[in-house]
Design a protein around this ligand. Structure first.
Ligand code: PMP
Length: 471
């Protein structure tokens, strides 16, 4: 069973950075940009910067189950399965077999939605709020979203600028589909939320991965952004606060990035900004500013937000896009043909969520801060970790590369973050997510949106694990 588990995890890690290529991407060569330098690879590529290899070897080396199956559209073959969801699924599988696993993998709070949300959910079902709504969502909810964005984020949208979707994930994907044309380049700062590059590929675009480092606290600099812009740049995906790093770009940093996009004669003039701000309510010492409030950015920013993280409503599948009318119109057309509307009951619950007081909301964010501080303290006591202090979300993303090349007591050589996660799961029954899934292979992601007991136990085992490595 362990052998099978090992194989699955290895395949997952290979799918994050496959050694061989899918030959289905647009002709323009993708690039991966590291620490301010730019490398361009020529010829057929994977969209991940590697040269393509014969399809037969791709079949053997990839975890994409459709790679060699002609039944399935070539489009699907360009996409990797979601690794964060799969690690979670695997952990669930082990638990189902009676094995005890402590998981700090999943990106959802361990608390329940506010009581008023639960009440509104039940009331909506009882009162017959069970029919389709308009494609963009109920007017009441969209008005409440506008009022919330105006009050807390200083953003002025009207109800017609909002499209309520089945989760922020759908909102992000539809925004990408609305503007990205085949061959367009989309800048995706790394470490990234795993769905971004895959969504860009699904739209026929080319993800341009722009690396930030732990030393830079995973913040994008103006110089790096300028270096990545080309005549083909169509979009910058800007996740602030970031999953997986928890980095929060300050107002000043956002202004510097905006200045690059607005430079006269620069290459940023045709670049949309997809500002994924789903974690904006969970911030610590660096205040979050909405990118659309930066001068000159409102007209070219698509703001994504939702209820999954702030209100612990992941299962409600409720998120939204706020954007200029041309974008909301396009997105409404797309959504109208694929999912119609978000759940009517979830929308009623969302309305109640927006009425929850700031004080009540703050209580759960204060708990998050305590957990973050505890995790940082424990990590600082462990050998060989470099950790940037996350200023938002509920993730820590330590650099574990000092342990690469070491051996575990059972002889396992830790070649990279996936090996470490695999060994930790096998020998210490703790599940963390490999940085490979986030386009950054020096780190692992720890989600502290878990109970304090789980966090304490998992970190004690992680400490033991690191101390046991030799070399
Ligand atoms: N954006 C980011 C950065 C996320 O981490 C997530 C959830 N993991 C989403 C979007 C999607 O959120 P939702 O549950 O609302 O679809």
């Amino acid at each position: 069973r362990l052998w099978a588990l090992s194989l699955v995890l290895r395949l997952l890690s290979q799918s994050a950075a496959p050694a061989t290529g899918f030959i289905a991407q647009p002709a323009a060569p993708p690039r991966r940009i590291r620490s301010g330098t730019m490398t361009a690879s020529a010829g057929l590529t994977t969209g991940r910067g590697e040269a393509a290899a014969p399809v037969a070897s791709a079949c053997a080396a990839t975890a994409n189950p459709f790679q060699c199956d002609d039944t399935i559209s070539p489009m699907v073959k360009t996409v990797s399965p979601s690794k964060t969801l799969e690690v979670h699924a695997l952990t669930q599988e082990m638990k189902a077999k009676g094995e005890r696993v402590v998981s700090l993998c999943v990106g959802e709070p361990d608390f329940q939605p506010p009581p008023a949300v639960i009440e509104a959910t039940a009331a909506a079902a009882r009162q017959g709020v069970t029919k389709y709504t308009g494609v963009t969502g109920t007017v009441d909810l969209r008005k409440a979203i506008c009022a919330d964005l105006a009050r807390r984020k200083n953003l002025t949208y009207s109800a017609g600028d909002i499209v309520v979707a089945n989760g922020a994930k759908q909102a992000v994907y539809q925004a990408v589909l609305a503007v990205v044309r085949p061959g367009d380049e989309v800048i995706v700062p790394a470490p990234y939320w795993p769905s971004y590059p895959e969504m860009v590929r699904l739209a026929g675009g080319i993800p341009i991965v722009l690396e930030t480092t732990v030393e830079e606290e995973f913040l994008l600099t103006a110089e790096k952004l300028r270096g990545a812009l080309t005549d083909k740049t169509r979009m910058l995906i800007f996740c602030n606060p970031s999953n997986p790093t928890g980095a929060v770009h300050s107002k000043e940093r956002c202004e510097e990035l905006a200045a690059v996009l607005s430079e006269e004669g620069g290459k940023g003039s045709g670049c949309w900004v997809l500002a994924d701000e789903i974690y904006e309510r969970i911030t610590y010492d660096t205040p979050h500013v909405a990118f659309a409030t930066i001068p000159g950015m409102f007209e070219r920013t698509m703001t994504v937000n939702g209820f999954s993280k702030s209100h612990a409503m992941t299962g409600y599948r409720l998120g939204y896009l706020a954007a200029p009318p041309i974008i909301t119109k396009a997105v409404t057309t797309i959504q109208g043909q694929i999912t119609s509307c978000a759940s009517s009951i979830s929308q009623a619950a969302g309305l109640a969520a927006l009425a929850v007081s700031d004080e009540e909301m703050q209580a759960s964010f204060d708990v998050m801060r305590k957990k973050r501080d505890f995790v940082l303290k424990r990590l600082s006591e462990m050998p060989g970790l470099v950790t940037a202090v996350p200023q938002g979300a509920f993730y820590v993303f330590p650099d574990v590369s000092a342990h690469f090349g070491k051996s575990a007591p059972d002889g396992t050589v830790i070649g990279g973050p996936t090996d470490l996660c695999l060994y930790l799961l096998r020998a210490h029954s703790v599940a963390l997510v490999t940085g490979d899934g986030f386009g950054y292979s020096k780190c692992i992601r720890i989600s502290y949106a878990a109970s304090m007991e789980e966090i304490e136990e998992a970190l004690a085992e992680f400490d033991k694990c690191l101390c046991s490595l030799d070399g």
